[in-house]
Design a protein around this ligand. Sequence first.
Ligand code: PGA
Length: 251
Amino acid sequence: MPLIVGNWKMKLSPMKAEKLCAALADRASEFMGASVVLCPSFESIAACSQILKKGSASIKLGAQDCCWDDKGAYTGAVSPMSLKELGCSYCIVGHSERRAFFGETDDMIAKKISYLLARTSITPILCVGETQKERTQGIQKKVIRRQLEKALSSIETIKVRHIVIAYEPVWAIGTSVTCTQKDCSSIVSYCDSILQKYSSKLSWKIVYGGSVSSENCASFVAKGVADGVLVGSASVDAKEFISLIQNSITL
Ligand code: PGA
């Protein structure tokens, strides 16, 4: 079953997010062949949770970020425990926009991943991926290895848990330019080979993100490429996102 995550970013007001969530919940029975996760911005999570509680079991809820602690003096931050209470079962961590615009470092990301894995039942969706400059410099794999290994550097104490890795090349995000199927498949295998050393602690899925649409999703969820997709722009339009889910399932 492909995992299809909609990252709504800061693109929808609470009213619009509720409307989109309700439109998707109405069609949830058609999504049985996929695991669909919606990640609204924080202020819309509670309302979406209420909508999804009314019998849309095939759609799960996620957040776009979280703090590395449960409570305390962290002005403006959001606790993973609160996200859990509101019904989130996934949380995106280390998105390239958080790294680029909000100064998120590998160390902060490692703290969030370790907290989520050790102290909550929320599944982290860890984003990794190189910039265009890093790709041109030929250090794509080095960057991805660093991001993965740093993010997973403090998971010694966890019991066996599940994690989702999202390979999101920064140059493909919001640009309409996607990674080729071949490159995607090769990076997914590379991530898989790095993750092998954590296999006593972790099970994982690896998804692709970056300008995924209803037109191109099939090439990424194809057998031997990725386990699913992380979708930005195409997930905030009900019609487009529903076709994207349908086109991913029929494979
Ligand atoms: P995009 O965003 O689909 O709009 O390229 C993907 C993401 O940032 O997760």
